[in-house]
Design a protein around this ligand. Structure first.
Ligand SMILES: NC(=O)c1ccc[n+]([C@@H]2O[C@H](COP(=O)([O-])OP(=O)(O)OC[C@H]3O[C@@H](n4cnc5c(N)ncnc54)[C@H](OP(=O)(O)O)[C@@H]3O)[C@@H](O)[C@H]2O)c1
Length: 394
């Protein structure tokens, strides 16, 4: 495989970044394809000279459905012979719910394949590239687009490379960093548009996690309400498969206090509660979509060990992306444990005063150098509120 940076492209390759950018755009049409990665494919006739236009496009619509490459090849028909295939991720070489994409590309007679990222799946990991090359099809790696391709599937990479999901923690607060009044009233801090944006975050993840105190206080369903999603009809249609199933809902409940009629248990889709001791609580009454799992106890807090929960979600549920929507205690514990990959904070232009509830439950810092340092990825105004996306600084 030849690695190419944009500056090393020859005259016949100058439009390659444009074709790959389109393939990335196609991949992003679905909100998630878990447990699979999101993948896009663009086919360009012939050897992809500067004059060539794409002849077909395809993208992976979700687990169990055709991958991006066969979708594009089917759209191209006989024109696929001799074409250049731009694929955001190395084509697979194993048979899962669908056949190997490398074989399909070989059978269609494409002339060359350009990729933007390698597949971290041990069942593939270079095997797709090797299969194409042994069939005489050159493979090129557009390395400048690799960060965008990895970002598109950061949950998939996280699960396969680190053995745990990518963790986003969502919080909503007032301008003075408060999440509710001293008497517990917290609805609503942010406006309807910010709350609709949270629906989108839920729809993008595989699992939503909260703490038992939030369940006891608010009884949230934590499901995706499809009609609340800020999507156009076309975008909704493109991602229809990912909206067909609710994200897994996860409750951390060390002492088995979850009750059977809570919305998180009775809502559509599966719910898992992690506690210290198994076989307690509500399992017998709650039905087959509810499962109670036991977890090691954290020696310091005496509560559920957070890293074990993440391991379990990756291993047992193939969870790529996890959204934490918890109160100050559990969100703070995730941050203190260094397990948050991205923080999304919605800020409402309201002031709640110093007796109102704080954003995060950790305390005890004595020096500024001990502060949790974050860097700002983006700041977006969503009608009356702000959304700030941050990542922890290593
Ligand atoms: N502003 C926001 O974005 C937002 C989002 C969600 C909720 N809320 C509000 O937050 C309030 C509840 O907050 P909260 O802080 O009391 O509850 P929380 O963070 O939702 O839940 C905390 C509970 O989780 C359990 N837990 C299990 N393992 C844990 C671990 N390793 N570390 C920490 N906790 C663990 C603990 O109970 P056990 O020890 O019994 O297991 C703990 O008391 C509600 O009023 C809700 O409205 C606000």
């Amino acid at each position: 495989m030849q690695t190419l940076t944009h500056s090393a492209l020859n005259a016949g390759q100058v439009r390659w970044p444009e074709h790959m950018a389109r393939a990335l755009e196609l991949a992003a049409l679905v909100l998630h394809a878990a447990p699979n990665p999101r993948v896009g494919c663009v086919l360009v006739a012939g050897a992809a000279t500067p004059m060539d236009e794409p002849i077909a496009e395809g993208w992976h619509r979700g687990a169990g459905l055709p991958h991006a490459e066969p979708e594009a090849l089917a759209a191209a028909g006989d024109h696929a012979k001799g074409a250049t295939a731009f694929v955001t991720l190395e084509p697979c070489c194993h048979t899962g719910k669908t056949g190997p994409c490398s074989s399909v590309l070989i059978a269609a007679g494409v002339a060359q394949v350009v990729i933007a990222s390698r597949d971290p799946n041990p069942k593939v990991s270079g095997g797709g590239i090797a299969a194409l090359e042994s069939a005489g099809i050159p493979v090129f790696f557009l390395s400048d687009l690799e960060p965008a391709a990895r970002r598109l599937n950061r949950g998939f990479y996280s699960r396969l490379e680190r053995g745990r999901p990518f963790v986003r923690c969502k919080l909503a607060m007032s301008l003075d960093g408060r999440t509710g009044l001293a008497n517990g009233e917290s609805k609503w801090i942010t406006g309807p548009a910010a709350r609709a944006d949270v629906q989108l975050l839920r729809a993008q993840c595989d699992a939503v996690l909260t703490g038992i105190e939030t369940v006891l206080a608010d009884d949230p369903a934590l499901t995706v309400r499809e009609d609340s999603l800020p999507l156009t009809a076309e975008a909704r249609q493109h991602t229809a498969n990912s909206l067909a199933q609710q994200p897994l809902r996860v409750v951390l409940d060390s002492r088995s206090r979850l009750y059977p009629r809570s919305k998180i248990v009775t809502g559509e889709g599966r719910c898992v509660a992690y506690g210290i001791e198994a076989n307690q609580g509500i399992e017998p009454e709650a039905g087959e979509l509810f499962e109670r799992r036991s977890c090691p106890r954290n020696a310091d807090s005496g509560r559920v060990e957070l890293a074990s929960v993440l391991d379990s979600l990756a291993l047992q549920d193939e969870c790529n992306e996890l959204l934490v929507e918890a109160g100050a205690t559990l969100s703070g514990a995730f941050i203190e444990a260094g397990l948050v990959d991205e923080l999304i904070v919605y800020i409402a232009p309201k002031l709640l005063g110093s007796d109102a509830r704080p954003l995060l439950g950790f305390a005890g810092l004595t020096q500024m150098s001990e502060a949790w340092q974050l860097s700002i990825e983006s700041v977006t105004q969503i009608e009356t509120d702000l959304r700030v996306v941050l990542t922890p600084t290593a």
